[in-house]
Design a protein around this ligand. Sequence first.
Ligand SMILES: [Zn+2]
Length: 53
Amino acid sequence: MPTCKRCGAEHDAAELIRHERPGVILVHCPDCNCLLGRYRRHGDDPRTDTRRH
Ligand SMILES: [Zn+2]
């Protein structure tokens, strides 16, 4: 279950806001709208990109 790094909320994957981009799906926190992770659209093993910047 992804935890938001900004507001600390935990959400089920189904609750996250998804934005589809070419090749990837970006997921955002429904509470504060910050980026939680990136899912590759192609591939059988989607994983979250938790890289900080
Ligand atoms: Zn949040």
